[in-house]
Ligand binder design. Structure first.
Ligand code: GCU
Length: 613
């Protein structure tokens, strides 16, 4: 077919822009060992961004010979007794990485602005062809990263990993890595300015420097195509490679030792049927060690193999109907001052509390949790709803906002596509229905499906009350036609009437898809006791659960639910003295780690559900 010059030009433009859609477009390097940079970093609190803008508000890192006196990322010392340098990392206070800054220093608890972090590290000289990268597990919210005074890049988004190449800037011997972290909220951001969680700022997950050969293992996928044929297919992506490069993939426990050649794009395809394969499930969370080698590079990880799909109003795991006995979890740990989960041990404790509730499922709200969390879910046999923070009143018509949401979704899927525990990618939470919002989310759904056809899509929608029928709740949302599971939050008994209303409520959910309640619950101050009609008591919350569960059981096509929420969590919106004190108290466990009476109500209900699936 003849192409006009314009079509050819447009084709080139589109081809060029697609790879640049995501500026750093570098694969996630979680599996590669490196120089771990966890621990104490020097820090400077910089509310006026003095280190980033000069007094005329010109950005210093735009290559106009920035002044040594206040350009913090240069990390210089006075060259002579007369030089004016108005900062000094070496004598500035420290902050621990990974971790939020809010819970490390009282003066930072409510701080929203910029903090500079500096870490020095030693590194051997690179050999010919070697490449150097700096990987961050997550930084909330914007990170400007500099190595030895030179800009590596900027990342926006508080809960997904990012990697910058450092090959040209790394020095043999001592290096200075400086990060400006800015957690200011703003309308066009994702999430936007209003959330019901604490705006924890900082380098909240691990940091490492990774040195790799010219050709290295950049990414891989392995998928169980069918629980009956047990065919596994997938690919390994080699960065820097063209066609004909050998890649080895082995799964020793399955007796699989495979080799394949890369194609012109550096991708090697695999397709095999193990003689014996134990499927992954919450009851039998079987993981296999998968090893990949290419030249001098090698990675390994533990993977489970399972299938998930819907059939009418059922969710099928490995071809069998499953009821999702869930709970919502924020990435926040009670005890010792709280704050962002920053160790695998804290992540594991949250999952163990969920298992103690007899859960087989967790909704990781409202943003991607750490790699440790989803890997622990694989190990412990807990299914996962994974979510991006497209939350409430996002700036739906803003192209940069959409690209930001798309980047966070893509990075979340790229990071966790091999996690057996994750069965649902969630696009949004409680977003007000509008044409612009549904257009934004249907585009996001398309993107998710282009990246991963093996999981289900959902979003936490809202129910409405039928006009003229105050006890009839309806789910009527164009988004329900797009997702695989019709999920919605409902608060009958807390925001909508009192618990006794549950017995009067009926539901109209006109979709031939599984129905999932992504939130319900109510606040209780742990230790506050009284009559069940007294709001904020444990007895009120207990009664709310006792009234809600039979109401939900009546819903046709109910495939599970995740009550809000496992543990009390900080929120600047919750200011009731003596009761909330800056915490949302809907947890079944208090911010001191103490279980409330409603915990055992849900635990008993799930025990029964587990016994008679
Ligand atoms: C909403 C929202 C949560 C919030 C909860 C509440 O449904 O999704 O993030 O914390 O309700 O009001 O407690």
């Amino acid at each position: 077919m003849k192409h006009s010059l314009l079509q050819i030009w447009l084709g080139c433009v589109v081809a060029l822009t697609i790879p640049l859609l995501h500026a750093d477009n570098i694969p996630d390097l979680f599996l590669h060992d490196g120089i771990a940079l966890n621990g104490e970093w020097r820090s400077i609190i910089d509310p006026y961004e003095t280190g980033f803008y000069d007094y005329r508000r010109e950005q210093r890192d735009l290559g106009k010979n920035p002044s040594r006196s206040e350009t913090f990322y240069l990390d210089v010392k006075p060259a002579d007794p007369g030089e004016r340098v108005e900062y000094d990392f070496d004598t500035s206070p420290t902050l621990n990485v990974p971790g939020d800054w809010n819970t490390q220093r009282p003066e930072l608890m409510y701080y929203e602005g910029s903090v500079w972090y500096r870490r020095t590290f030693d590194c051997a000289a690179l050999t010919a062809g070697q490449r150097a990268f700096v990987r961050f597990g997550a930084v909330n919210y914007r990170a400007d990263v500099y190595l030895n005074g030179l800009k590596l890049g900027t990342h926006i988004g508080g809960f997904t990993p990012f990697t910058f190449e450092a090959t040209q800037y790394l020095k043999p011997g001592a290096n200075s890595l400086v990060v400006k972290v800015d957690n200011k909220r703003y309308k066009e951001a994702v999430p936007t300015v209003n959330t019901d969680w604490w705006n924890y700022g900082g380098i909240t997950r691990e940091v490492k420097v990774v040195i790799l050969p010219k050709n290295f293992i950049a990414d891989h996928r392995l998928v169980l195509e069918s629980e009956t044929t047990r065919v596994i297919s997938g690919w390994v992506q080699i960065a820097g490679a063209g066609a004909g490069e050998a890649v080895a993939l082995s799964i020793p426990e399955l007796g699989e030792n495979l080799s394949a050649q890369t194609d012109a794009t550096g991708r090697a395809a695999f397709h095999f049927t193990p003689a014996q394969l134990q499927l992954w499930s919450p009851e039998t969370p079987k993981l296999y060690e998968v090893r990949i080698t290419h030249g001098s590079d090698a990675v390994a990880e533990r993977m489970g193999f399972r299938t998930v799909r819907t059939q009418g109003k059922q969710i099928l795991l490995n071809g069998k109907p499953i009821f999702l006995r869930g709970i919502c979890i924020h990435e926040e740990f009670p005890l010792n001052g709280g704050g962002r989960v920053n160790t695998p041990a804290k992540a594991k404790q949250l999952l163990l509390w969920a298992k103690e509730l007899n859960c087989n499922f967790v909704r990781l709200a409202h943003y991607p949790h750490s790699e440790a969390m989803t890997r622990l879910a694989d190990e412990l046999g807990v299914l996962v709803w994974s979510e991006v923070p497209v939350y409430w009143t996002i700036d739906w018509t803003n192209a940069a906002t959409y690209e930001n949401a798309q980047n966070q979704l893509s990075d979340n899927i790229q990071r966790d596509a091999n996690r057996a525990s994750i069965i649902i990618w969630s696009l949004a939470n409680e977003t007000p229905v509008s044409e612009a919002r549904t257009k934004f989310l249907s585009k996001l759904a398309e993107r998710a499906r282009s990246l991963d056809q093996t999981r289900l899509l959902s979003a936490a929608m809202e129910k409405v009350t039928k006009p003229g029928a105050p006890n009839v709740n309806v789910v009527q949302d164009a988004l329900a036609d797009i997702v695989d599971i019709v999920a919605f939050n409902q608060y009958v008994g807390w925001y909508d009437g009192l618990p006794e209303k549950c017995a009067r409520v009926s539901w109209e959910i006109p979709y031939n898809k599984p129905v999932f309640i992504s939130e319900f619950g109510g606040d209780a101050r742990q230790g506050l006791h009284g009559n069940k009609d007294q709001r904020w008591t444990e007895e009120f919350q207990e009664d709310l659960y006792q009234q809600t569960l039979p109401m939900l059981d009546k819903i046709d096509g109910l495939a599970g639910f995740t009550p809000w929420i496992l543990v009390d969590f900080r929120s600047p919106r919750r200011v009731l003295p003596g009761i909330q004190d800056g915490f949302n108290r809907k947890g079944l466990i208090s911010s001191e780690g103490t279980k409330k009476k409603a915990f055992s109500v849900l635990q008993a209900y799930y025990r029964k559900r587990a016994a008679a699936p």
